[in-house]
Ligand binder design. Structure first.
Ligand SMILES: Cc1cc2nc3c(=O)[nH]c(=O)nc-3n(C[C@H](O)[C@H](O)[C@H](O)COP(=O)(O)OP(=O)(O)OC[C@H]3O[C@@H](n4cnc5c(N)ncnc54)[C@H](O)[C@@H]3O)c2cc1C
Length: 378
């Protein structure tokens, strides 16, 4: 393997480029926008990372290795873009989340504990305690800061000699020959990796209808002054309801308070605008009002629309697409924390360190035991 072509400069493409360049592979990366690209799913102020994955235990068991790859990135760039502020889960409904979470966190030695319901209002004065069934605080969680990570990765890749082609949209991919066409010009590699986020199904026909672009809304907020202090020291907060799933990232290290919901629209064109309209926000408002006291007193700083791909069971699709092609479609709203690991695993498969089928299974969250690393290495 001497030359890899990568389509897409989000966390998946940049991480794959870094993992391959570290292994001595020559890399050329094509990005239709700038690097980083504000229209990419990966581009945001903060993203949640955590070991607790509820019933999706295969993903929980990937997290120690994901944390390890992030740590090696912090070493390479000389700074950490991780804030270990913990995560608290507010359960208004439980369809197996607690059982899966407690099994996997216990197996990994990560701490978690219940917060008594009668202590919730004191510790979280912004939360509406009525209707809560259980509140669980978990360790091994916090926030990653994507804009800073992407920017530092781009600088690192430049230093490693990766060719970065910005403003260059790939129109054709030949996964049998390792070839792409960008702006009418053909480029030849030994392998081509499509990491094109919500646009990937335009280049990989097999993804159509399977990994579906989904327009999602988030709100950046300024809390009322009397709650500002509570928010400044808040952990990552996740609401688990029967109909909705709300996630909230507190303002830390120069970021804004952000809330979003984990209900997929499964519609939209990723070339579309990035301003959330009333229709985009029609689920988020009632969910936020149900979760937080006095929500109408918060000032909206920015209503934003974002795009990502969603699969039926929220699994990642990471697999060869031909004799010289790979797809990395790692999203369904939870792919940032695992993006650096996905890039590393695909690089391991491309350079023959791991079997491609093992990478596909791990990425799909189907390997349910932490011993996968030893098994794969054996
Ligand atoms: C609102 C929101 C909240 C989220 N919250 C979390 C979270 O808390 N924790 C978490 O782990 N994950 C979270 N995610 C998911 C995570 O952000 C994504 O899974 C991840 O960023 C996907 O990265 P990617 O590299 O696959 O795609 P992208 O970041 O979208 O990158 C794809 C890139 O490919 C480029 N491209 C596409 N087509 C072409 C082409 N033809 N030619 C050249 N370039 C092309 C695009 O311009 C883009 O830059 C969230 C996502 C969103 C949108």
């Amino acid at each position: 393997m001497t030359k890899a072509l990568i389509v897409g400069g989000g966390i998946a493409g940049l991480s794959t480029a870094w993992a391959l360049a570290r292994r001595g592979v020559q890399v050329e990366l094509f990005e239709q926008g700038s690097l980083p690209n504000p229209r990419a799913s990966s581009y945001d102020e903060h993203r949640i990372t955590r070991h607790a994955y509820g019933a999706m235990e295969g993903y929980a068991h990937l997290m120690p290795e994901a944390f390890r790859v992030w740590e090696s990135l912090w070493q390479a760039i000389g700074t950490s873009h991780y804030e270990p502020c913990g995560a608290v889960y507010f359960l208004r409904h439980d369809d197996g989340w607690y059982a899966g979470m407690s099994r996997s966190l216990t197996a990994m030695g990560i701490g978690f504990r219940d917060i008594p319901l009668d202590d919730v209002e004191r510790r979280f004065p912004m939360v509406r305690a009525d209707g809560l069934q259980r509140v669980v605080s978990t360790d091994g969680a916090g926030m990653l800061f994507p804009v800073r990570i992407l920017t530092d990765l781009v600088v690192l890749l430049g230093r490693l000699g990766v060719t970065l082609r910005t403003g260059t949209r790939v129109s054709e991919v030949d996964p049998e020959r390792g070839r792409v066409v960008a702006d009418g010009v053909a480029h030849q590699g030994d392998v081509v990796i499509v990491a094109a986020g919500a646009w990937a199904d335009r280049l990989v026909p097999g993804l159509r209808g399977v990994g579906v672009p989904s327009r999602q809304a988030v709100l950046y907020l300024s809390p009322p002054p009397d709650l500002a202090e509570a928010w400044a020291s808040a952990p990552v907060m996740l609401e688990l309801g029967a109909e909705s799933g709300l996630y909230t990232l507190p303002p830390r290290r120069g970021t804004r308070l952000k809330i979003g919901d984990h209900v997929f629209s499964r519609t939209g064109d990723p070339d579309g605008d990035r301003v959330a309209n009333a229709h985009d926000l029609e689920r988020l408002w009632p969910a936020a009002r149900a979760a937080y006291r006095d929500f109408d007193r918060y000032s909206v700083l920015e209503p934003k629309a974002c795009f990502y791909t969603v699969t039926e069971h929220e699994e990642f699709l990471v697999h060869p697409t031909g004799a010289a092609g790979w797809l990395i479609s790692a999203c369904s709203g939870h792919g940032f924390k695992l993006g650096s690991l996905m890039g590393d695993l695909v690089a391991r498969a491309i350079t023959g360190e791991m079997a491609a089928a093992d990478v596909t299974e791990l990425a799909a969250g189907r390997v349910l035991h932490p011993s996968w690393r030893e098994a794969v290495a054996a």
